[in-house]
Design a protein around this ligand. Structure first.
Ligand SMILES: [Zn+2]
Length: 434
């Protein structure tokens, strides 16, 4: 399913191949989806540009809670842009350093459009919406004051564009790499049923700009909870993906208990809970979650699978990964918005105090060679004002080098002068004794 793809049957491979060939011989506007395949429902799903514009308007309307950055990174002629929205409801009574940091990433796979719609709905709930399906949310208001939440609404913007242009079965980025196989833990290992149409890991770990940006986010933001949101089935996953076990020890038990509580409170225990590799039945290598747990030491890295139509035929990808009617669409969005609020509450209650002490800058996360394209500067908190941009970082390094240069020059001059004065005094001694 979503981040862990089994090989598609021959029919789907043929469809994918046909679509790829069609893409080569015809312009995007002329691409046709076979009649048996459900097209993207334009009534329910916003085009990616509209979705991002709506989020930017929401940020502009709520400067006391939301800020945003657009970052670009690239290599070898390929570049990717990413919008990152930060929710931080600043209150004098709650210090930023004591807040729980959460990162939520949506749209890592192009064809899973529903996930980015969920991102937008969640941002509305964090700011302007006070109810979900008639349920009053005011009891969560206090919890939100203790959180900093970063939301990446569309991680794989280029891949999503390809899907919108007709490649509805594609989950990879703009140059054909699966962003959930491009991370460094157990990278590049291929199972017997490996299928490059689905899970090409790239030329090296973090070869992809999108993965580089997300890695920098994990290093600088240092979240306590990270949720990688996918679709294709319904499940609440924890590490590992590359083996069929969960990690040992108390931190692992905490993760599991948080997921089980979310499952119990919000899904009447109907969701699959466990390790990605164990619960799905096949292993995935180089995934985001496994890196976050093993390398970035995020205490609670999860993968949420929010929807899947198991009855959809394997080439009917829009239907397989996304609700196609309004009732199901609303039900999925409402149910999972609630799941996040409960997760926040459980995380706040469960995370040990010694893990909640924040370290590191909140926003210094532009990868080497990357740049910030857009940033709204109407920011209130001290942490936010302390941001360093990529260019500032460069200036800082230059200043450090300059200081080192000046110091070594001074030392050399000092040594030179003291040598001269020694020689002179020796000469004068020699002269006087002569
Ligand atoms: Zn996925």
């Amino acid at each position: 399913m979503a981040p862990y793809a089994p090989p598609p049957p021959l029919s789907r491979r043929l469809v994918t191949l046909t679509l790829a060939l069609a893409a080569l011989v015809s312009p995007a506007s002329a691409r046709k989806i076979p009649a048996s395949v459900t097209p993207i429902s334009r009534d329910l799903y916003r085009p990616s540009d509209t979705l991002l514009s709506e989020i930017k308007a929401l940020v502009a309307r709520n400067p006391d809670r939301l800020t945003m950055d657009t970052v670009r990174a690239g290599n070898k002629g390929y570049s990717a842009e990413m919008l990152v929205v930060t929710f931080n409801h600043v209150k004098k009574t709650v210090h930023d350093g004591s807040k729980i940091k959460i990162l939520l990433s949506f749209g890592q796979h192009g064809r899973e459009l529903i996930t980015s719609e969920l991102a937008l709905s969640l941002l509305y709930i964090l700011t302007e919406k006070r109810k979900i399906a008639g349920v009053d949310l005011s009891s969560f208001e206090k919890i939100l004051e203790h959180l900093v939440i970063k939301v990446v609404p569309i991680e794989n913007f280029n891949g999503r564009k390809r899907v919108e242009a007709g490649e509805i079965c594609d989950r990879r980025n703009g140059r054909g790499v699966d962003l959930n196989r491009n991370w460094s833990v157990d990278w590049g290992k291929k199972e017997k049923d490996y299928n490059p149409f689905e899970e090409d890991p790239g030329t090296a770990p973090f070869s992809e700009p999108e993965a580089q940006i997300m890695q920098e986010l994990s290093k600088s933001f240092k979240p306590h909870i990270w949720v990688n949101v996918h679709s294709g089935m319904e499940a609440l996953f924890m590490p590992y993906d590359h083996k069929n076990t969960t990690p040992d020890g108390a931190p692992s038990h905490l993760m599991r208990s948080v997921l089980e509580n979310v499952n119990h409170r919000n899904f009447q225990d109907s969701c699959l809970v466990g390790s990605g590799g164990g619960a799905v039945g096949y292993l995935a290598h180089g995934t985001t979650t496994d890196y976050l747990y093993d390398i970035a030491k995020v205490p609670m890295p999860f993968t949420f699978e929010i929807y899947g139509d198991e009855k959809a035929s394997t080439d009917d990808c829009f239907k397989m990964f996304n609700p196609v009617d309004k009732i199901t669409f609303d039900r999925v969005i409402n149910k999972w918005c609630m799941a996040f609020l409960i997760l926040f509450e459980e995380g706040l209650r469960t995370l040990p105090d010694d893990q909640v002490v924040s370290q590191g800058a909140l926003d210094n996360w532009v990868p080497m060679g990357g740049e910030i394209l857009e940033r709204n500067m109407d920011q209130k908190s001290g942490g936010e004002n302390g941001k360093l941009e990529g260019l500032d970082l460069g200036m800082q390094e230059l200043k450090t080098y300059f200081r080192l240069f000046m110091l070594s020059t001074f030392l050399l001059m000092f040594m030179f002068c003291s040598r001269i004065s020694k020689n002179r005094s020796r000469d004068s001694d020699e002269q006087s004794t002569a």
